[in-house]
Design a protein around this ligand. Sequence first.
Ligand SMILES: C[S@@+](CC[C@H](N)C(=O)[O-])C[C@H]1O[C@@H](n2cnc3c(N)ncnc32)[C@H](O)[C@@H]1O
Length: 404
Amino acid sequence: MEMLAATDGYRHRNTNARDIISATTTTTHAPSESVPPGTGTPSHTTRPGGTAIIDIRSSDASPLANLDTQILDALLLWDEKGQELYDEILTTPHYYPYRIENQLISQRITEIATTIAASETTMLVELGAGSMVKTAQLLTALDSRLSSPLVYYALDVDLAQLESSLALLKQGMNLRHIALHGLHGTYEDGAKWLARPEAAVYRKTLVWLGSSMANVSEQEAGELLGSFVTAPDTGALQNLAGFLVAVDGCQDATRIQLAYDVPGGQSRRWVLYGLEAARRQLGGGRDDAEIEQFFAPQNWKFDGRWEPDSRRYENYLVPTRQLDTTIRGKVVRLEQGERVRILGSGKWAKSDIARISAKQGLEIQNTWKSPELDYSIYWLQPILRRHDSGVDMAGISDGGNNVP
Ligand SMILES: C[S@@+](CC[C@H](N)C(=O)[O-])C[C@H]1O[C@@H](n2cnc3c(N)ncnc32)[C@H](O)[C@@H]1O
């Protein structure tokens, strides 16, 4: 791993894609290797076929940043080992969201790619890109419909995943118009990075697959969407072409329970891994023994449940005895049986997506729904209101909350 010179305050990595990219691939990609101004210079990479990954993390990107409000942050589950455990869930027949979304993308890829191509997108950013298996399909279809360059950024909080997935993607593809890059950071980091003036000329499409949008609450999901519509710090309108989001709306309790607590125990192992990850994040120190006890797996049990009132499946970890410790100067006491939420999955219908989007100045322009289940991919676009003087975005100036 080699660090590229930083020209814009962000650190740039040049990965050699684990040495599996051939010189032929590099030549093929050369015409589309340019990146937006201020985003680094991957064409200066010293290793053939290198893929630039930019470190956009802010100082509070740690899973412990939210310690005051949440003892176990969902980000704990998305390090390298967490990703491996999550991948094991994907291979089980009960985890329907992954299978259904893959099928849906395959079935509707032509329409999806045509829609993005028609939006005159010049920058595609995938939030929580993960394994990028579906990305490969999307980029192949999109590339064949483009006549000018497009830059693709895979954004993920896990660097190891980003490196290996980008390497595989690049190895397996022969793109004429699309250059592949990575952004290492959280969704919030991504919104700030895209709001820099250097990125303003790029017409952006955001891709958010895997029903990841519904991992957070409805309000948080809305705020995240909104942070790509208007800049988080300045409120300036972003040059957004659209948002492609996949969301699960299934309400079948039995199906959901089986998918999120799979019979082989893979889901439990993944969620319980949060304890090990938290322990590791806290590192050494004089409270080691106490912290060790606090996060010791034998002191906790898994409790996942479908909560129909909030239409969410919630993963909790529950202490099997009273636990006390001090974490970063904060005294923490958990009672036996007290449920600590780590990650949830909302099941949202089209009407929910329409409501969440409208609050942020977005509307559903297209829906591709699975024929099998209530699982859909939505194409959201800014709501435009034309005035004689030009084009104005309804409700955007005040954060998009006054959209009729
Ligand atoms: C459920 S997986 C989805 C992966 C892929 N998009 C798919 O549909 O198969 C979620 C991915 O988002 C990443 N992720 C989770 N929370 C994140 C956050 N707050 N910021 C950036 N990436 C995040 C994880 O590391 C993981 O790769």
